[in-house]
Every structure is written in structure tokens, then in C-alpha cells.
Write a protein that binds this ligand. Sequence first.
Ligand code: DP6
Length: 331
Amino acid sequence: MGCSLKPTEVIQSVLAGRTFQPAKAEGKAFAPVNIALCKYWGKRDTALNLPVTSSLSMSLGAIGAHTRIAPVDGPDQVWLNDEKLTDADPFVSRLRAYLDLFDPAQHYTIHTASDVPVAAGLASSASGFAALVLALDDLYGWSLDPTSLSILARLGSGSACRSIYQGFVEWQAGEQADGMDSYAVRLDADWPALRIGWIECSSAPKPIGSRAGMKRTVETSALYAAWPDQVARDLAAIKQAIAQHDFEALGSAAESNALAMHATMWAARPPVSYWLPETVVTLRAVWQAREQGLPVYATMDAGPNVKLLYLADDRERIRAAFPQLHEVSPA
Ligand code: DP6
């Protein structure tokens, strides 16, 4: 429906005449990591990061990216966790490509502190791009509404559009070619007892980025045709489970959704696999614990690490069964 736009045209349309005149010396922002319970995997437009399906995530409270940005005359200077990055670093080129969409002539000093290992499948690009957009909004005093911020963040990384919000967040896929109806909304629901933790299976960089991995899956996996129907079912089940605080319904739909996403990847040619032997060991331990009566479910993204879903009341039993668990308690 409608006409596609270039990313620069989307930005102009969203900014609606706002300028690049700094309102302060430095813009500052925080954005949380989000973990998808119903995954985004596959694009209908790669330039605008428009997804094939909607997706649903939970933000992780105080865990995320803190970003400071200030205009500078010389070349860009980027620090990640207090380490200055070289121009050859892929993180720097990705940031630069994104900032070029706004104003190619303007350079910046950027400091980002991320609470999670970058590029380890723990959604660091999502919180990173969301924090960057919020920091630009702060620097230039744009005062954009959350929908506009979500659209801008999506242009950096699809899943970043969900990190504009805390809580449960749905990224509505939209139908328009220009993607102006493809943004995240916060669900009117909370579930303070729901916990996410994660088990590190490897902190090494992944063999293939999610961007290339999803492109190859869409183009070559025979199983991808089944993915939109799976998402439609899982999204409905997860929303209902959140509304009713039905943990088993939530966990089983989220786990099945993640495994189905990985199944589409395994069927790609060449296969897209983020799994390591430790991943399989961890998943089997989750299934065994559940058979023995412990309510725990797994989800995974584009990396080897496994995230666990559980309830606050079961925390001690979960810690005993998984001593290597990194606990996360969203605020
Ligand atoms: C597996 O948002 O990193 O984490 O839009 O190409 O930047 P790009 O992809 P990205 O993909 C995330 C995929 C996922 C699932 C999810 O978070 O929904």
C-alpha cells in the first residue's frame, strides 16, 4: 500500500521541519534492552527495516545502553564502555551510516556504555540505537513523540523500535510501503512477578549477524513460509497469557516461537545456526527441569545464549537448578 520512501525521506517527514541546531552542549539518554517473546525474523523492506510480521517484547528495566552525544568539528570519535573505537570498527561504521541519514556533514563525539556484551545475541543493538535516537532528540531539543522516536529507531535496527518503551511492547508490522504505520506501542499490562535471566553459552562474536541471517532465511529457507502463521498464533497466545498472568501459556508460546524461528534458520542454505554445544546442553537442562516440575521456559535470539523465563516466587529453585544464571529483574 502506498509508495516507498528512502530512509532520509522518512527522517525528513518525521522531523517535520525541526532543525539540527543544538539545544544544549550534549544530548544524553538511556534505553533498555528488550527481549522478544514473539520474535521479529524477516523483512518486507530491508532499507526501512520493515518486518514481515509483528513482534512482542519485554524491556529489561535498568539494563540497557547509556549514550551521550555532542557535535564536534573533526572526525567522529566513538567510545564503547570507555574504550575508544577505531574507524574500522563495525560498530562505528554502523553508527556513521545511520547518522549520515540525518546529516552527513555533522560529526559527533559519542560515548556509549552498554550493560550487555555487544553482538552476543543479547539485543545490544536495539538498546544502542534507541538510546542514540533519544540522545539526538535531547541534543537538538526536538521533543518528538514516542511513535516518531520508534520509527527513527527502527531505521537503525528493527528491534530498536521496541526499546523506546519499558514494559511489554508490541511492534506493529504495519502495511504501508513507507512504514509510517510500523512502530512499537506499549501494551497496557504489567506482570511484576515475571522474570528473565540469561545463561551465557559464549561471549564470542556471532558467526553471522542477525541482519544477514534473516535475509538468507527469507531468501532460501523453505520453512520460512510457515513463519507468519506461527507468529499470528503465538502473538495472540502471548498477549492473552500476559493479560491473564498465565505463566505456562506464556512460556510455552514464547519457547515454541523461538525454536520455530531457529528452525527456519536451520533450513536456510547455507544453514544459519547460532547454536553451540553449550546451547543444546542448556536447553535440555531447561526441559528436564520442567519435566521435574520447575516452571521454567527458554527463549533465544540470534546468538548462542539462552534466556530463561520464570516467576519471582520460583527464584530460589531456579538459582539452585541453574547456578550460572545471570538474573534480570525488570523494574
Ligand atoms: C532474533 O533488530 O538486530 O533478536 O533490523 O536487521 O537490525 P535488524 O535486525 P535486529 O534483529 C533482531 C532479531 C531477533 C528477534 C527480535 O528481537 O525480535
